[in-house]
Design a protein around this ligand. Structure first.
Ligand code: GUN
Length: 273
């Protein structure tokens, strides 16, 4: 069975559009882009499209890829202090000579709509309210929408990144799941996938998860799009798994849900600012 996140995202946009319509002041989302990374430009187009669709103001501030880090930090400081800006983000990756941690953590937590800052991660850790990181947030939302209660379930997350694996583990632990986070040094990966009710693939390893590694009842959330010989494939072998397992599709586009959570975070920030 295919988990249809596209129509789920559209429903979230419609709900947000309605709520934003009722606000006295339009929220404003700003994206900073340094350089001209092709993938970043295409991600930003989606962010702008859906922010505007939902009734927000959107602004792109683009800088050349030879600006000084201090200049970028001073631009961030201006946005932190600008009352007309509800939330903003710095599109990653940054040029190699910049320190992304320093840049991200310069964003005020209440305007950090990506949810990448250390303060936000501390909120996730402590199960406090906050603008949670968008990808782990949508994975939990998708499970909720499909009435998949994680409480008491075994969840195996395949890979331990700061942006997805680790915060997702915390969110699910807070919801009473038993969580295993695997990494590239994990021995016998199939031992952990075989004991899971829910498997989240976030490794960037094409077709890593095979049918013989999972139970027939396991729900599989695959967030990665890999290219093999110009063909799009996920981390999970969709073709062999889909007939039996509940699974998110690849090809299919993971973007709408992540962007939906970004727009939702901007809306939530507008209620708090
Ligand atoms: N680059 C790729 N995805 C993202 C994202 O969600 N946020 C930011 N800031 N940069 C990205």
């Amino acid at each position: 069975m295919i988990i249809d996140w596209k129509s789920t995202a559209l429903k979230i946009y419609e709900d947000l559009k309605e709520k934003i319509d009722k606000l006295a002041k339009k929220p404003k989302l700003v994206v900073i882009l340094v350089g001209e990374n092709f993938a970043s430009i295409s991600y930003i187009k989606q962010k702008s499209k859906w922010a505007i669709y939902c009734g927000m103001d959107f602004e792109l501030r683009q800088f050349s890829n030879d600006i000084e880090e201090d200049f970028l930090l001073s631009e961030i400081d201006k946005l932190n202090k600008d009352d007309t800006v509800t939330g903003f983000l710095v599109q990653l990756p940054l040029p190699k000579y910049m320190d992304p941690d320093k840049v991200i953590n310069a964003i005020e937590t209440k305007k950090d709509v990506d949810g990448f800052s250390k303060e936000t991660i501390a909120k996730v850790f402590l199960n406090e309210d906050g603008l949670y990181p968008c990808t782990p947030k949508w994975i939990k939302r998708l499970l909720d929408i499909y009435n998949i209660d994680v409480s008491g379930k075994n969840v195996t997350i395949i890979w331990r990144s700061n942006i997805v694996g680790k915060p997702l583990a915390l969110i699910l632990i807070n919801a009473w799941a038993t969580v295993t986070v695997c990494n590239s040094k994990t021995k016998n990966l199939d031992f952990y996938t075989k004991s899971a009710d829910i498997i989240v693939c976030a490794a960037g390893k094409p077709l890593l998860l095979k049918k013989e590694m999972v139970n027939s009842w396991s729900v599989i959330i695959d967030i990665w799009t890999n290219f093999v010989d110009w063909k799009m494939v996920g981390d999970a072998d969709f073709t062999s798994l889909e007939p039996e397992n509940m699974i998110t599709p690849v090809p299919g586009w993971v973007g709408p849900m992540t962007v939906a959570m970004l727009i939702e975070n901007t809306y939530l920030a507008s209620l708090r600012n």
